[in-house]
Design a protein around this ligand. Structure first.
Ligand SMILES: Nc1ncnc2c1ncn2[C@@H]1O[C@H](COP(=O)(O)OP(=O)(O)OP(=O)(O)O)[C@@H](O)[C@H]1O
Ligand SMILES: [Mg+2]
Length: 255
């Protein structure tokens, strides 16, 4: 079966079994969050239910301000929802302590932030090494791994440059190399190819596809990039705080 014909669209996906949480890599049940804006409370996410299987590439789309980054942050345990539960790899992260959560994230999740979140004073290689150190790689081993990761994203020559000397696309690729450090079982990415030219974008998409399909890594991505739709197993659409049923055609129109 080709990747394309296997693609499932939110709403067409049947056979969900919310009780069988252990077999799903990412599960959200009844997730809600509101933000205060002046005297007003804005309900950004309303009763979000989601299940993602191991090795799947799931795309999250939706208009600017619809809550995609907020949802991704909640699913990664970076933000606590007002209501609802999140399970990752069968464990409920919404009831973990701050320390447990930090350790769980370190061991299992690679997160690519929309604004890259690089350390400005460190070189590209050091930015990757810092994460590798947190994951237990030390000294020469961390240096070697960092070189391999930077090479994978096509940044071998820029390894010793600082973020201020890198282009937007190069910074994005450092952020990707960093997220892949230590082989996380889950990768969450916020617009990972937005700043990339066609060639590097293609390279990153192929890298994510390989991690998912050959190494069983589960990938959840926010993107408007139509190239990524080709490797996606499922596309979900967030609007007005809920995940809506969407036709494939509509998704292509919004990208
Ligand atoms: N910490 C916060 N405090 C108050 N409001 C917030 C906070 N974070 C997000 N919001 C609001 O929640 C809404 C959703 O924001 P979010 O960043 O999740 O949107 P998005 O879909 O990722 O948008 P974009 O496509 O532009 O990145 C916006 O109205 C935003 O202003
Ligand atoms: Mg966003």
């Amino acid at each position: 079966m080709s990747t394309k014909s296997k693609k499932r669209i939110w709403g067409d996906f049947t056979g969900n079994d919310l009780t069988n949480i252990e077999t799903k890599t990412i599960v959200a049940q009844g997730v809600e969050i509101a933000f205060q804006s002046g005297h007003q409370s804005i309900q950004v996410l309303k009763n979000i239910n989601l299940e993602i299987q191991r090795g799947d590439i799931e795309i999250l789309m939706g208009p600017s301000g619809s809550g995609k980054t907020t949802l991704l942050s909640i699913l990664a345990g970076l933000l606590t929802p007002d209501q609802g539960k999140v399970y990752l790899l069968g464990e409920e992260i919404t009831k973990m302590s701050r320390n447990q959560l930090a350790q769980f994230r370190r061991e299992n999740i690679g997160f690519i932030f929309q604004n890259f979140n690089l350390f400005p004073a460190l070189t590209a290689a050091e930015n990757v090494e810092v994460v590798l150190n947190l994951k237990g790689f030390r000294g020469e081993k961390a240096k070697q791994q960092s070189q391999i990761l930077l090479e994978q994203v096509g940044l071998f020559l820029q390894a010793h440059q600082k973020p201020s000397d890198l282009s937007g696309g190069q910074k994005q690729r450092v952020a990707i190399a960093r997220a892949l450090a230590g082989h996380p079982r889950i990768i969450m990415a916020d617009e990972p190819t937005a700043a990339l030219d066609s060639q590097s974008g293609h390279k990153v998409i192929e890298l994510l596809r390989r991690l998912a399909k050959e190494e069983g890594c589960t990938v959840l991505m926010v993107t408007h990039d139509p190239r990524i739709l080709d490797v996606a197993d499922r596309v979900t659409y967030l609007e007005d705080g809920i995940l809506k049923e969407t036709e494939n055609q509509d998704i292509h129109k919004t990208s």
